[in-house]
Design a protein around this ligand. Structure first.
Ligand SMILES: *Cc1c(COP(=O)(O)O)cnc(C)c1O
Length: 386
């Protein structure tokens, strides 16, 4: 049996334990301590957002976003069906209706041309998902939102250190949400951040973040005592998590470059298979700078994906599929509705395979993935066609 190549391997920079030791020494273990503040400043400087607030997950950041724009039962939120559950669940929790719009054939991102016909008098916001760290068409989406007085929220879970026309993702909409889950580029085990770009929302964001109180203002000496101000919850991670995260953030350039090297290797080595019609590689528009969050391929319709995945896994290569479209899931059917045909969503989600990509994967491991995938696709094509 050949060496197993996992799909993901969390990368540790080596600085995490020292940071955690420092947090331990300072004896401030709850949220919003020195390391949290350092993470906030780092994110605000790097992403150029008005306010960054660490959360215990991207899911939590999206839940704050839903509270912050005061989503009411029956309000409609436009989003892709090709996304993770939390994009929709955060709004469904407030009684809102996710309205699923199809994705583009090239980037697998929300198709901006289909958004306007999904808008009704109940529509409140557009939630974009930058799939694989490749930006959605934000100029068009923002002008639609402006015309119809809608909020734009970026689910940037996969998109730290990725850019749209030079702007960091997460800083383009009214609000952004990052994830530091261990499957993402920059990790804290579980973790996330809310990014506030509309300064008028910053103070209210802090209140929701701190259990519905003005504790943040109190700590800055702006009020004499802190009290219950409105709806909120406990969204802060503790300092041990922030200490871990700060170690990762400080190495984020290196981590991103390392992932981009692996991504480019896949992209170069898979070109011949694309040219012979065995797969399609990812398409990254020129004005998008991605962060190598994932490397995926789309198989042709006449090749059985499940067989290919089974064969790859039997050869010790942990390749995986991705989203079951939300409109096709019990939750999506119960809480959402269709905002367009979902032809591309259904077609592409059924043909997609994600390949192993993590900091430390070797060129020879990448070559083994490419060669094993190629051999299986050629076999499958002969078999399935006869
Ligand atoms: C990972 C992910 C999330 C959820 O992130 P958590 O930090 O685990 O809550 C949400 N949306 C997208 C698009 C994701 O990829």
């Amino acid at each position: 049996m050949e060496e197993f190549i996992p799909f993901n391997k969390p990368y540790m920079t080596g600085r995490e334990l020292e940071n955690i030791r420092l947090a331990h020494e300072k004896s401030h273990l709850s949220g919003n301590g020195a390391f949290s503040k350092e993470c906030h400043s780092w994110l605000e400087a790097e992403i150029k957002c008005d306010r960054a607030l660490l959360t215990h997950s991207c899911t939590a950041a999206l839940e704050i976003a839903a509270l912050l724009i005061d989503v009411k039962p029956g309000d409609e939120i436009i989003m892709p069906s090709f996304t993770f559950v939390s994009t929709a669940n955060a709004f469904a929790l407030r009684g809102a209706v996710p309205v699923f719009v199809d994705i583009r054939e090239d980037t697998l991102n929300l198709d901006e041309k289909l958004i306007e016909s999904a808008i009704t008098s109940r529509t409140r916001a557009i939630v974009v998902v930058h799939y694989a760290g490749v930006a959605c068409e934000m100029d068009v989406i923002k002008s639609i939102a402006h015309r119809h007085d809608l909020r734009v929220i970026e689910d940037s879970a996969q998109a730290i250190k990725a850019y749209y026309k030079g702007q960091p993702l997460g800083s383009v909409g009214d609000l952004g949400a990052l994830s530091f889950h261990e499957t993402k580029n920059i990790i804290a085990g579980e973790g996330g951040a809310l990014l506030v770009n509309d300064a008028s929302l910053a103070e209210q964001a802090e209140v929701i973040w701190e259990k519905g109180t003005d504790r943040n203002q109190y700590q800055r000496g702006e009020v004499e005592k802190y009290t219950w101000q409105g709806l909120g919850s406990s969204f802060l991670p503790g300092e041990v998590t922030a200490a871990f995260l700060m170690a990762q953030l400080s190495m984020s350039d290196w981590i991103t470059e390392n992932r981009l090297d692996t991504w480019s290797k896949y992209h170069q080595e898979l070109l011949p298979l694309e040219e012979s019609g065995f797969l399609r590689r990812p398409i990254v528009p020129n004005h998008c700078l991605h962060n190598a969050h994932m490397y995926f391929v789309l198989l042709p319709g006449d090749i059985c994906r499940e067989t290919v995945l089974k064969k790859l896994n039997a050869s010790g290569i942990n390749a995986v599929f991705h989203y079951v479209p939300l409109h096709d899931s019990p939750g999506g059917q119960r809480f959402g509705r269709l905002g367009s045909s979902l032809k591309n969503t259904e077609d592409q989600s059924s043909r997609l395979i994600r390949l192993p990509l993590w900091v430390g994967i070797s060129d020879s491991q990448v070559m083994r993935v490419v060669e094993t995938l190629g051999a299986n696709l050629m076999n499958a094509k002969t078999r399935d066609r006869h």
